[in-house]
Design a protein. Structure first.
Length: 76
């Protein structure tokens, strides 16, 4: 993904506060770092490529992808 720097209104727009490495993102959601990179390439997750090789994602966007598949009921 390319980022249009001219569209940024402040330095905070350029580098999100919750930007984390792909390896950290992968550990948070228990997937491989390659999966995070594939999600970025597929457009499922917005990411940034720094220095041509370091992927970063917003922690908040990653966690918004995590959805519960079932609820556990206390009544058995």
């Amino acid at each position: 993904m390319t980022v249009d720097l001219s569209a940024a209104s402040s330095p905070g727009d350029l580098i999100p506060e919750d930007l984390i490495p792909a390896s950290t993102a992968a550990a948070l959601v228990h997937v491989d770092a390659k999966t995070i990179k594939n999600w970025i390439k597929a457009g499922d997750l917005r990411g940034w490529l720094l220095n041509g090789r370091h992927y970063r994602v917003r922690r908040s966007e990653l966690l918004s992808l995590v959805q519960p598949v079932a609820t556990v009921s206390g009544d058995h």
